[in-house]
Design a binder for this molecule. Structure first.
Ligand SMILES: NC(=O)c1ccc[n+]([C@@H]2O[C@H](COP(=O)([O-])OP(=O)(O)OC[C@H]3O[C@@H](n4cnc5c(N)ncnc54)[C@H](O)[C@@H]3O)[C@@H](O)[C@H]2O)c1
Length: 492
């Protein structure tokens, strides 16, 4: 017989958790301090089941059985007999501690008490209990039935058998369970910091604007969404608070530093979709995509530096000037890793007024990134842009930045994943699966790093750290050691 699951809190998360476990064959008992919320949640789960029956993905008999397994409760006493009780109530430690204190004498000694908290320490919630060893985090994502991942978080005193039982419960329900230490942001919210903070950082430095960052992340890097679309979706109030909280909890480690661009936008009420305007404007719930300037109508020839790929050469065709660099030619196109145009031009002894650079990291078939220095002449940028857009592909034109936009964002994502591994917060396979499933990235951070090569990621970060002087870019020891030893980042 399958375990009886209790859920306390019938809001957005509670109702999703109820649906997940009822569909997985468990009897699920639901309690909320607000009796109307229970009624609404049971109705919601019923409507989700009906939708599946209408689509033909669930038979009428199975659908009826699922709804019959959901038991509304009017008192905490009704949760006696549960094998596990999952709380998804208000995000306040005093409320969660009080609930667990009340629950403990009402449930059996082997009942697990699990918290769906996003940001509170499990060990601190557990400290209110007679038996802290039975308390763990069980962190789902919204919408619970569709986001097929949950973090199982043992507190400092949690019995390993409790962790194992929760992993088993989640996996039997068809979700991937990853185990994460009781550390700020656990695994997924920790891993997600890099994309947001580096995206904001690029805008702060005037490299490009927020639409520019999103286009590069989405089209040139192959991510489903850019950081600013994501911030608009979650709401800047929620995401801004998470950014601040994780930074505070990591004792102001500059890797997690939030951006001064956020508070004025919060002050102005530009929270995102829910207020109709965030980084983007919304019309009838649809994002209004700002128009992108077309490629200029410019012609000219171009000299290619070392490392410019064959596909670039093939595209530029007869515009390429071969042989030694000739001062009579206007444009010099460089391919750079972890460097800006200014630094590269000086290092190579080239005229910076004639230099632009292309990012060799990104998907050339989708979108190209062209970067210029403060000294580059506008007509050189125009020729570079026009030539790279010859086949109709889009070109992002950005100001000088060591590592362009994509290399910086990718290196930070990989470094953060490496740091999660180095701190023992989670195992490599769990880190990659959690980020892929929970954040929807094309691959996990360690796999992304291995695709480019640990040595190259390390070189980008070392260059960024040297050029910017910012300890934010210091490489994780996980990355450094594996790069030095020629080992994959996914190796533990
Ligand atoms: N919303 C998300 O995307 C999300 C994602 C992951 C985790 N979480 C976490 O899940 C928890 C719930 O979030 P939510 O978005 O579902 O909240 P919600 O506001 O939608 O629902 C909370 C419910 O808990 C009830 N409640 C509050 N205090 C209670 C108490 N003491 N006893 C019983 N019931 C009580 C409320 O009446 C309400 O129905 C929070 O800890 C939150 O941080 C939320």
């Amino acid at each position: 017989m399958s375990a009886v699951v209790g859920v306390v809190g019938a809001g957005i998360m509670g109702r999703g958790i109820v649906q997940l476990f009822a569909q997985a064959g468990h009897e699920v008992r639901l309690f909320d301090a607000d009796a109307d919320a229970v009624v609404a949640a049971v109705g919601f789960v019923g409507s989700m089941i009906e939708r599946q029956m209408a689509k033909g993905t669930l038979s009428a008999a199975d659908g009826a059985a699922v709804t019959a397994r959901v038991r509304p409760c009017s008192a905490l006493e009704d949760l006696a007999g549960c094998a596990v009780v999952i709380e998804a109530i208000v995000e306040r430690i005093d409320a969660k501690q009080a609930l667990f204190r009340e629950l403990e004498p009402r449930v059996g000694a082997d009942c697990i008490l699990a918290s769906n908290t996003s940001s509170l320490l499990i060990s601190a919630i557990a400290s209110a209990c007679e038996m802290p060893e039975r308390v763990a985090g069980l962190h789902f994502f919204n919408p619970v039935p569709l986001m097929k991942i949950a973090e199982v978080i043992p507190g400092v005193l949690t019995d390993p058998a409790v962790t194992a039982r929760l992993v088993d419960l989640v996996e039997r329900a068809g979700h991937r369970a990853v185990t994460a230490a009781d550390q700020p942001g656990f695994l997924i919210n920790h891993a997600g910091r890099a994309l947001y903070t580096e995206g904001l950082r690029l805008v702060e430095e005037g490299v490009t604007d927020f639409v520019g960052v999103d286009r590069i992340v989405r089209e040139a890097m192959g991510f489903r969404m850019g950081p600013f679309e994501l911030l608009d979706l979650t709401g800047l109030d929620v995401s801004g608070a998470v950014m601040q909280s994780i930074y505070e909890q990591f004792q102001h480690d500059p890797r997690y530093r939030p951006s001064p661009l956020v508070p004025p936008r919060l002050g102005a009420g530009l929270l995102g979709r829910k207020t109709g305007r965030g980084f983007y404007a919304y019309s009838d719930g649809e994002r209004v995509e700002p128009a992108e300037a077309p490629a200029p109508d410019a012609a000219g020839t171009i000299w290619l530096g070392d490392g410019v790929g064959q596909e670039v050469r093939a595209l530029l065709g007869d515009a390429v000037v071969d042989g030694p660099e000739d001062p009579s030619q206007p444009a010099l196109l460089l391919a750079l890793w972890g460097e800006d145009v200014s630094g590269a031009a000086v290092r190579l002894g080239l005229d910076p007024a004639r230099c632009v650079a292309i990012d060799p990291l990104t998907d050339f078939a989708r979108r190209r990134t062209l970067m210029y220095s403060p000294a580059t002449r506008p007509e050189v940028v125009a020729v570079g842009h026009a030539l790279l857009a010859r086949d109709g592909r889009k070109v992002s034109v950005i100001a000088d930045s060591a590592g362009f936009a994509a290399q910086r964002i990718l290196a930070m994502i990989v470094n953060t994943g490496c740091e999660i591994a180095q701190r023992g917060i989670a195992a490599p396979a769990d880190i990659d699966d959690a980020v892929r499933i929970g954040l929807g990235y094309p691959a996990g951070p360690l796999t992304l790093g291995d695709r480019i090569g640990a040595t190259r990621i390390l070189a980008i970060l070392e260059s960024l750290q040297r050029i910017s002087g910012d300890p934010r870019y210091r490489p994780s020891q996980w990355l450094r050691r594996r790069a030095l030893l020629g080992m994959p980042l996914t190796a533990s």
